[in-house]
Structures are given as structure tokens and as C-alpha cells.
Design a protein around this ligand. Structure first.
Ligand code: F6R
Length: 261
């Protein structure tokens, strides 16, 4: 796993946007796996700026959703489909015809989950999956003790995750759904490149457990250690509990620029 320590969230956004632009130069119709939440927003803004400047071409790009609340209507402003339409698709000028996501309103939830895994495979698999991380180490909505081999399925959110996400629901935790559909950890590990972005001191413990702890279902993000091409991009605050921070800093400083992440 490669760990890149950047000065701040903005720098992390620029670094990952550049990696996305480079991927799209190699593979114009790349399938980009995107996360919601606050952390990836600098990535989406930096990529949109590159599109406006003509240094990134997303005209053939395809977008795949990581997770979705169960039971929120698709047009609810906080359904992840709506959030991604607002934060990713519209700013990048990508249409819904290039979007893949699970149906959080399906009557047959297991059927919708299996259909989503099939759709990802039929689309050729995710080329680059962008991930955030929960304070409890979740990726997607694979909460602690999720099977490291799990496929897309329904999960129950922890109370802490619902409290963390209440800020998107007028601060009212009772409005945050209890259930979600999430790509499983096994599904996520099938993406060709995993890029996890973590910013802020609140993520420092989860980042240390992910990078330097054992591979263990109690910290779902530690599954990234099993992936041949996983990049963890952290700001100084999120890196503050890494024992090997100096090693990661000088490894990155000495890396040839053409390699990218
Ligand atoms: C959301 C997702 C979650 C978030 C995580 C961190 O699609 O996959 O794993 O990435 O809860 O959320 P923020 O970035 O809001 O701290």
C-alpha cells in the first residue's frame, strides 16, 4: 500500500484529480467509482476545474456509485444518487446514461444488490475506486466486522455513523436511514486501483489502523492491505498517528513524478 501525506485536503484533491485525468488519457471510457460524504469533494472540484481548463476529458467517462441509503426516494436531496448528480455528474457534464448505481428503493433488496454486482462486472469492472473512511474504519458502508469477502448487500449503520451523517439531514439523526446498500469489501477489492482519501484529525485512528494495523474485519479499510494497487492519501492531521509517517514522506519525495500514484 502506498501512503501519500499531503499538506491539506485541497492538495489531496489536486493529486487524485490528476490521477483521474491521467487515467482518462489512457482509458477515455474508464469506469470511475465514486464515494459520497465530505472528504471527496475537493477531488470532484479539482477534476471539474481540469475539465473547464481542457486538461481532463470526461466526455467518455463512466461513473459508478459505492453505496446508497435504503428507502430514500431517488429524488430525495440526500439520496446518494442525488448527491452524486449534484456534486459529480452535473459539474463534470456527465449524463445519467453513463451512471451506474444500486436501486435503494427496490422492493427486492437482495435482487437489487446482486443486479448491481452483475452490472459492475458487465461494465468491465471499476478502474479506479475513490474511497473515504468512517471514523470507525468503514469503507463504503461496510461497518466493522463486515466480511472481507462480502459482495454488494444491505447493511445496518452503526449509531456513530448515523450521528456522523446527521449533518446532511438538518442535524436530525432520526432522519438518517438505518439501512444502506453498499458494495461489499470483496466487490470493492475488484477495482483495479483503490484510492482512499482521509482528512482531519478525526480520521487519524482509523487511518493508523488501516495502514499499520492487522488486516482485520473490525477495521474494514484494512482490507486495502490485500490489494495490489492501493493508495492512501492523507493530510497531516489524518496522518498524525502513523508511526511510519517519515518513511512515507521520504518515499513519496523520492518517487519519480512520471509514476503518479
Ligand atoms: C460514502 C462512503 C462512506 C464515507 C465515510 C466518510 O459513500 O462510502 O464510507 O466515505 O463515511 O464520510 P466523510 O467523508 O463525510 O467523513
Amino acid at each position: 500500500m502506498e501512503v501519500v501525506i499531503v499538506p491539506d485536503a485541497q492538495a489531496g484533491g489536486e493529486l487524485i484529480a490528476e490521477a483521474l485525468a491521467a487515467l482518462l488519457r489512457r482509458r477515455p471510457d474508464a469506469l470511475l467509482g465514486v464515494a459520497t460524504g465530505s472528504t471527496p469533494l475537493p477531488v470532484y472540484r479539482a477534476l471539474a476545474a481540469r475539465v473547464r481548463a481542457g486538461t481532463a476529458d470526461v466526455s467518455h467517462a463512466r461513473i459508478a456509485q459505492l453505496d446508497e441509503y435504503v428507502g430514500l426516494p431517488a429524488d430525495h436531496p440526500e439520496s446518494y444518487r442525488s448527491v452524486l448528480a449534484r456534486e459529480v455528474l452535473e459539474p463534470l457534464g456527465i449524463g445519467m446514461d453513463a451512471f451506474l448505481g444500486p436501486d435503494g428503493t427496490a422492493a427486492d433488496v437482495p435482487g437489487a444488490c446482486a443486479a448491481y454486482d452483475r452490472a459492475l462486472a458487465a461494465a468491465g469492472g471499476v478502474d479506479l475506486q475513490l474511497l473515504g473512511i468512517g471514523t470507525d474504519g468503514h469503507i463504503g458502508f461496510n461497518e466493522p466486522c463486515s466480511s472481507l469477502a462480502s459482495r454488494t448487500r444491505i447493511k445496518t449503520l452503526t449509531e456513530q455513523t448515523r450521528i456522523d451523517n446527521a449533518r446532511f439531514f438538518d442535524g436530525d439523526v432520526t432522519q438518517v436511514p438505518h439501512h444502506v446498500i453498499t458494495q461489499g469489501i470483496g466487490t470493492i477489492l475488484e477495482a483495479r486501483h483503490l484510492v482512499l482519501l482521509a482528512t482531519g484529525e478525526g480520521k487519524a485512528d482509523a487511518v493508523a489502523a488501516t495502514v499499520e494495523g492487522p488486516v482485520a474485519a473490525v477495521c474494514p479499510a484494512s482490507a486495502l492491505q490485500l490489494h495490489p494497487h492501493a493508495t492512501v492519501v492523507v493530510d497531516e492531521a489524518a496522518a498524525s498517528k502513523l508511526k511510519l509517517a517519515d518513511y512515507f514522506r521520504h518515499t513519496w519525495a523520492d518517487k519519480p513524478e512520471w509514476q503518479g500514484i
